[in-house]
Design a protein around this ligand. Sequence first.
Ligand code: TRP
Ligand code: ZN
Length: 497
Amino acid sequence: MHRRMIAPGALAAATLLLAIPASAASHSPGAPGIGDPYYPYYGNGGYDVSHYDLRLKYQPATDELEGTATIEARTTQDLSSFDLDFLLDVSEVRVNGATAAYASSGQHELVITPKKPLAKDTPITVVVRYSGVPSTKSAYGFTTWHRTPDGGIAADEPEAAWWWFPSNDHPGDKATYDVSVAVPDGTQAISNGTLQSTGSQLGWTRYNWRQNKPQATYLATLAIGKFDITTGTSEGGVPVLNAYSRDLGDNAGAARASVERTGEIVDWLSGFFGPYPFGSAGGYVPNTTTGYALETQTRVYYSPKQFAGGSNTSVVVHELAHQWYGDSVSLKGWKDIWINEGFARYAQWLWSEHEGEGTAQELADWVYASHPAGDPFWTVAPGDPGPDDQFDIAVYDRGALAVQALRNEIGDKAFFALLKGWPQKHAYGNASVADFRKYAEQVSGKPLAALFDTWLFQPVKPAAPAARAASLTKASAPTAPPRSWKKIEATNDVHTR
Ligand code: TRP
Ligand code: ZN
């Protein structure tokens, strides 16, 4: 890639053109988005990450995070520059060892211009040194970094990574992770996967976490605070690590009574979904005031509010079901969210049946009857809800109704084969609703286009399946949860108590 020396005075236009190396002319900037129509600037084009190495230091007193991200990637086109998604303050960028120019652009783009253009299909190493106070950074007018009295937490969907590490922020580019975090002695740092080691030096304790299976960026989590950590192994042999803030007040008992059942529930879910896909399982309950849970890979995030009404194994089932449906098998585009939420909700119905609190069919009938034809619930298409309704209650409840309708159409034998086959077929990869339909047709031998269209895409209440009509006329069907439950506060704790 040597630029030809041009003899002084010989700057005719033709000479200039010839002076540009042929390869450089074809190099172009990587796209600022990976191509998801719901979120045009999420993720980036031109490269594919295989590994994130994050070496961080966090000061709970001030919310200051500093560190170095080393990103192993491979180019997928000839690149003159490329983007990472990131919000903190960058002090140095290196590409393949050489310092590179960088600039912020848009809401969360970090544009990196290496000294030499990058050829397609070559491995690259990108080093980003950075620091910042995550709670002060926002994009699109919001921050998802949760400050707590004794630390901070990164756990959100579909965006959380920008506040703590530079990334190709879209589930379409999964990678393995080493997350090493130094915190003041006496404070803990929780992340995904296995705790490889800890060590203390100069008053700082370093926690070294490893996620050795591909993980979507939004499923990477970081929690700093004062935690009690419990460890064990499920009967089926899955190592379990849970963490509880020491500041959970009177939710502490119910939180433990729920999350300590992780091993039992992982084993139970394995009966439906096949072997647990990861080398560790567990969850953490920090001292936040926000009210949801998130299926952060191997280490689920639970808000204490999930346990304010008492123990809640249903939310544990929901988040652990995502480890197969959502985490190991990730969506291709955010429009495919039904595969995550419809199946995680359906797992709650199966658990309810297991606990003797109503069968999946009874719950399906109840949800169906709870929403009259005019209810806006039916206007949300779980198969492509749009970004504003991505986590609408309909994606969960109508989504699970669609699963029950599928079960009734293809019969239990094919249905349970499908439930187990899917996580195997796409293990550690990505798949779409269309891929699911094709696979369901293959496993069942039945055409399913009409069924999928009716239950996942039509903006109206489907007609009651004839075989079920009788049970739907029960006058005693409970009324619908209020529409104000709509958003995420309620999405993963209905049907619990
Ligand atoms: N996926 C989460 C669940 O169902 C819910 C969720 C949606 C969420 N959006 C979120 C959680 C934002 C935290 C932040 O378990
Ligand atoms: Zn969910």
